[in-house]
Ligand binder design. Structure first.
Ligand SMILES: Nc1ncnc2c1ncn2[C@@H]1O[C@H](COP(=O)(O)OP(=O)(O)OP(=O)(O)O)[C@@H](O)[C@H]1O
Length: 376
């Protein structure tokens, strides 16, 4: 007697094997891996994400899903790590107009890009910052004025300081820049271009001046009926405070003033960029929820998954597995996550680029009412 149910099962298994093989055919391995992962998490016959569109991009794949009733966007997004592992790429999931967009970066990236950037190419941005080139070879630029604070992290030697030089050079034409550098040598060449604080005494003076400036600006905007600096008609230049190695900041008063600026200065055009190897909440500067105020983050090589998640969020251990390439990092801003290769700016070139442009310090002094930083 023929066993029909056995035959049907065998046929079903054969079909599903065929489907897996077909899905993973040459050139389709990435979407195949994503669909296989979906099959495991949301078996057929139950509410599940449905693929509605897929397209290869210069740096990987772009896929669009609709979610059947019973599957939430958060549930889908929370599986980012599974998708990333399955396709060995960086997966970024976001919701646009009710559809779920998944960008997968897998492309091999260039390992080196020399610094070349003109902020005038980004007229819609107040403070354009070049983060680096993505896997499709496109320069990722974000507006620091919108963010308005940026956290830079990574183990030593993989490009934090280099990125800060890139950022400062990109910003100098548009903003007044103040640098807090307890390492004391790295940014010394900027002394005629930025307000530079290299000791605790200088840092405290700078923080007090910035806080006074913040209060002055709040009063001015209030009197003019403006909600933010972009609406203010008179001249009110953007100010960016760059703090290298914030683990060194121990002084309670400095911590207090920086914290105030991070919390209150958004509307008045003052941004803060902080760099550190590992932004643990054990650091004085990140006690309470100060770290959460940094919506934009760039993370170079990290020692382990915990450190990577500390910077990029629970879903993102990838900075622990970045290739050991100087300047290779992961940029996160809001829902966007991208692997990037930052531009390289050698110090000798940085110095050369500034020749003949010594002016910013006096502007800054005027703007912040800092006559002169106290002598060391
Ligand atoms: N984007 C990049 N492209 C190519 N080389 C880079 C890049 N960024 C950094 N490097 C090289 O790597 C070296 C270390 O970089 P950098 O000083 O920025 O590291 P770091 O993370 O700031 O380390 P530390 O915490 O010790 O200061 C530099 O000498 C630089 O030449």
């Amino acid at each position: 007697m023929i066993n029909i149910s056995k035959k049907t099962n065998a046929l079903g298994e054969a079909l599903s094997t065929l489907r897996v093989v077909w899905r993973r055919r040459k050139g389709q391995e990435i979407p195949g891996a994503i669909l296989d992962t979906i099959d495991v998490i949301w078996p057929e016959g139950k509410p599940r994400p449905l693929l509605t569109h897929k397209k290869q991009t210069p740096g990987g794949w772009h896929m669009i899903f609709t979610l059947m009733p019973g599957v939430s966007f958060n549930e889908f997004k929370n599986k980012t790590e599974y998708f990333s592992d399955a396709c060995r790429g960086l997966v970024d999931i976001k919701k646009v107009n009710g559809f779920v967009h998944m960008n997968i970066s897998t492309g091999s990236m260039e390992n080196f890009y020399p610094y070349s950037f003109n902020p005038e190419d980004y007229p819609k941005m107040d403070l354009p910052v070049p983060v680096g080139y993505d896997s499709s070879g496109k320069l990722v630029v974000f507006d620091l004025a919108e963010s308005p604070h940026l956290l830079v992290a990574g183990v030593p030697g993989f490009g934090k300081s280099n990125f800060l030089h890139v950022l400062i050079h990109a910003l100098l034409p548009k903003a007044l820049v103040a640098v807090m550098d307890f390492k004391r040598l790295e940014f010394a060449y900027l002394k005629n271009h930025c307000a530079l604080a290299r000791t605790e005494v200088e840092a405290l003076a700078l923080m007090k001046a910035l806080n006074r400036e913040m209060e002055r600006r709040i009063d001015l905007l209030d009197a003019a009926g403006c909600a933010k600096v972009q609406e203010f008609k008179d001249d009110m230049p953007f100010i960016v405070l760059v703090c290298d190695e914030v683990a060194e900041i121990e002084n309670e008063e400095i911590v207090y003033y920086i914290d105030r600026i991070v919390r209150l200065a958004r509307a008045v055009g003052i941004s803060v960029v902080m760099a550190t190897q590992r932004p643990s909440k054990k650091l004085k500067i990140f006690k309470d929820d100060t770290r959460d105020m940094f919506l934009a983050r760039i993370c170079y090589q990290m020692a382990d998954e915990i450190s990577s998640r500390m910077v990029l969020g629970e879903q993102c251990p990838q900075a622990a597995y970045l290739p050991e390439i100087k300047g290779r990092g992961i940029f996160k801003y809001g829902m966007t996550i991208k692997e990037v290769q930052s531009m390289c700016l050698y110090l000798k070139d940085a110095k050369k680029m500034l020749e003949g442009t010594e002016k910013a310090v006096s502007d800054f002094a005027q703007c912040c009412s800092v006559k002169r930083l106290p002598p060391r």
